[in-house]
Design a protein around this ligand. Sequence first.
Ligand code: ANZ
Ligand code: ZN
Length: 818
Amino acid sequence: STGYAPDAIETKWQRAWDEADVFHIADDEADPTYVLGMFPYTSGNLHMGHVRNYTITDAYARYRRMQGEPVLHPMGWDSFGLPAENAAIERDTNPEEWTLSCIETMREEMQAMGFGYDWDREITTCQPDYYRWNQWLFSRFHEAGLVEQKASEVNWCPSCETVLADEQVEGDEELCWRCDTPVTQRELDQWFFEITEYADELVDDLDRLGDWPESVRAMQRDWIGRQHGSTVEFDVAGHGPVEVFTTRLDTIFGVTFFALAPDHPIAQDLAAEDDDVAHFVEAVADPDGDEPQGVATDLTATNPATGEEIPVFVADFVLSDVGTGALMGVPGHDDRDHRFAESMGVDITPVVAPADETSEDDAASADAGESDAPDVSESAFTEDGVLVNSGEYDGLPSAEAREQLEADIPSAAHDVQYRLRDWGVSRQRYWGTPIPVVHCPDCGPVLVPDEDLPVELPEFVQTTGNPLDEVESFVETTCPDCGGEARRETDTMDTFVDSSWYFLRYVSPDLTDAPFDTEQANDWMPVDQYVGGIEHAVMHLLYSRFVTKALSDLDLLEHREPFDSLVTQGMVLLEGEKMSKSKGNVVSPQAIVDEYGADTARLFTMQAAQPEREFNWTDEGVQSSYRFLNKLYRVVESVTETPPEGDHDTVAEYVERERDRVLAIAEDDFESLTFNTALRETRELVTLLERYADYTEPHAETVEETLSAVVRVLAPVAPHVAEELWETLGYDGFVAEAEWPTFDGDLSDVEIERRVIEDTRGDVRQIVDVADIQDPEEIQIVVAPDWKYEAYEIARTSDSPNVIGEIMQQDHLRERGD
Ligand code: ANZ
Ligand code: ZN
């Protein structure tokens, strides 16, 4: 016996899997199960988040393979983006060199973890054979009218010198997601993907997805922010009808002011004549947050419901890119409008009363249908209710009133608004996919023809701005249409473009005439199980859903959703805090692998919690997993060295029933990726087996079959030690390719549901009852030593101490030295 030596075992089996191509999936395989972890950003090394993410997918992929399914489990590198550019500058190298060296390191670390990927399908987004397809897709989207170039105000990070998407601006303080610098605004010509074209489908299909966390669906729904409401026109003196969007047309009788966004055309006109307005419009470039600010104008507007003249303001809380850039102010029923009206001295009129104040009884009494207007002098009443002070509409519930008013007011129409904005894909940086456009003075922007793709990145130069602007050989070109002198677009694409379709490239990674093989993708997609961080709940997952739908409309793909089931894994914490480089509380996966081996790291991560939950990394936890693997190793070694020769007695029967029970639980849990409960049961089973192997006469088949089952259940999670023990037990082939263990189906529900064996009297009783064992010595095997005291207590307090009682009592007396 040599003992458990993870080092040697792990390299041995990694090599063996590799040589036998165990994880390779052939192109002609029909519809394999597609298991995917979100590919890593190539930042340098694997961190614990990666280890957790990829252990979950690897365990699941291995489990499915053992269920006899062909499995597609690929890996690649999300390798463009500003961090690489910054890292390269810091290290005085170039982004390509830096990124490729990160990939080498991370690939080795993944291999050391024993992740079973089909490396023949590896993809690298920063290489021309990948990013040319970003360019090709840009062109297809352009032809389909899904790409637009517009001058627009963009979020600008002065420190990163780059444009940020709305999603990359964090918190109320509006900080850059990468460097926490306050974001400013800039006007630039930008390229956009028109994701808003798909807003409805992106919301509606959320309900049709397979198994997705409700929280992720809710975040996407919220991000898209679909709102039903109405548009209605107010006549602004001297300027004609101006449209507003409202979700509360029922409050129109309470509109006491009208407000314009600072960059609304009328506000801009006014600024030219009115110093106060001009001053406000300029100052507001940096709105100071909470309190609504505004400036009065000389204009009035006419409330279409009441015919009343109301004042017009220019106000900072009216956003130019929301609705129509103008709004009707209802201080009685909107908090912000209320605060604004108070500071501006505008009338506050209640027009909706709380519904329950008008009970049926009251309605039937003297002044039928009349309810009391709420007191809105201090604060707005913001809920739906029943109309008051609204002429012929009094007494109508809000919802009905909205419908009625929409029908009655000539300019009113039903309207749907979205919070979602088009996806700005332009980045003024080097390390990304060049946008395949040439700007010609005569022809305007012209797409680079497909046969000239890829537009390759030139050599890197260091500058403060966009390096591509500095490379003349890149910029100076000829127009594909007229052949005249022209300039190349120097914006590169947002890296979220790279990750919005990478799951399709794995299907046919070497294809040279299309981004992916349509037929194969129709067959292999969608991804059956996707696993990744909750931080990608909106951007990556929404963009991927959009691109999939757009590809489908381009007849390049049949599917309209990319990911069937989704698991978002929780964080790995250290002493309750997120592990992060900046906090300096990082445990390096490689250090754990060096000290305990990959199997221990994998087992601990999977055992600590179910995937969605966060958990604390602890040394005790790691050591306990390590001890467990050692114990299993010892049990296997001892029974193979000294084969047991006992009878198939009641204890053997009990062990077999326990094995079946654990297998029933394991299958159930692995199906739903809740590995932790199954692993806990497996541990208990090994402890039982250890006691049983020490039993004077264990039954050979019982031991062998139970070990064979345990090794197979552990194989997805601790694959190296499982292979080694599989070999030691004398089985042929890889356990990675073995059949998942089956069990006798006639277990009682009680047995299967007894998942967590608590240290209680009831459970000890139950174990003994289920085992139906009378012999004291045998009972000592089935009851774990930890529970002996409980057994003793049962015996002591019982009227007729049973047989466990007797032996436990003896034990107890012995332990006390009596
Ligand atoms: C009148 C009204 C009365 C509104 C009321 C609300 C409550 P939320 O905020 O989700 O309700 N709105 C319209 N255009 C706007 C713009 N360009 N900038 C800022 N706000 C704007 O979104 C819909 C409401 O936002 C609309 O309904 C409008 O105010 C405001 F008791 O109209 B409402
Ligand atoms: Zn031209």
